[in-house]
Design a binder for this molecule. Structure first.
Ligand code: HEC
Length: 246
């Protein structure tokens, strides 16, 4: 056993353990930029493990072109896995989040391993480029909204346990109107239920703040209407109305 063959599995196991963190830190929401940087760390660890598993192939003829193709293609789904529209769902479901991370680890590994199988050094080049893409995403380039300007501030402030101030005082009458326009199609007239669940007695399940938080950051298939269709005040109003449903 040389040093490399010992290091390869250690790096891989450490990377996989790191990717499982959402399971123990359920509900912790990180800023998007930080999130991308952690993804970059996972990709780096996985690619490094892949490279270490191969080591330095014998000089001379390169490996099969299929390895080169795999090293070039694996980063594409990795980037898609970091697509920002996934955050709302994956971030609120620890399990989905971990599946996403394991996907990144697998693809990072393939990038390093296949590149290195093709020719010595290619694994490093391909691995560095996929890590660089993730790091750039943290800066707001490419796939991910990294800049603070892209993070809607209100839902952050309205995490469970804090006051509802971020969304304003609810005006229930306006909320009823908004509910008819945006929500009744799924939740039924007066929240009796339909494609979406009944919202009767919702106040027993979710406090006003939790309802606001959910409406601002729902999980699919419920559409995210804030910010955009709904303003922060609208979220407060419609949540206030939902709380009145009996
Ligand atoms: C396209 C259909 C659809 C629309 C439109 C929609 N919802 Fe939903 N809503 C759902 C579904 C489906 C769920 C259940 C999702 C889940 O539990 O993962 C849900 C869940 C909820 C919940 C949480 C229920 C609970 O206690 O688990 C609330 C509150 C809610 N919706 C309010 C609203 C409000 C307010 C609007 C309008 C601004 C709205 N919804 C628009 C489909 C929809």
């Amino acid at each position: 056993m040389n040093k490399r063959s010992i290091a390869a599995p250690i790096v891989l196991v450490a990377t996989v353990l790191f990717s499982l963190v959402p399971l123990v830190r359920e509900g912790v929401e990180l800023p998007v930029a930080e999130h991308h940087l952690l993804h970059a760390v996972m990709l780096a660890g996985a690619a490094l493990a892949g490279i270490l598993f191969v080591g330095s192939p014998v000089r001379g003829r390169p490996g099969s072109p299929a390895w080169l193709l795999a090293a070039m293609l694996a980063p594409l789904p990795a980037m898609l896995l970091m697509w920002p529209s996934d955050y709302a769902y994956l971030e609120t479901h620890a399990f989905g989040h971990v599946v996403e991370h394991l996907g990144l680890v697998g693809l990072g590994f393939v990038t390093g391993y296949a590149g290195q199988r093709y020719a010595n050094g290619i694994g490093w080049a391909a691995g560095l480029s996929v890590v660089a893409m993730a790091a750039l995403a943290a800066g707001g380039y490419g796939v991910g909204p990294g800049g603070a300007a892209n993070v809607p501030p209100a839902p952050q402030a309205a995490v469970p346990g804090t006051t509802a101030a971020a969304f304003g005082e609810p005006h229930v009458a306006n909320g009823a109107k908004l509910f008819g326009q945006n929500c009744a199609v799924c939740h039924g007239v007066a929240g009796a239920g339909g494609e979406g669940p009944s919202l009767r007695g919702e106040s027993a399940r979710k406090s006003l703040v939790l309802a606001e938080h959910w409406i601002a950051n729902p999980a699919p298939p419920m559409p995210k209407l804030y910010p955009g269709t709904l303003s922060a005040q609208d979220v407060a109003d419609v949540a206030g109305y939902v709380e009145t449903l009996k």
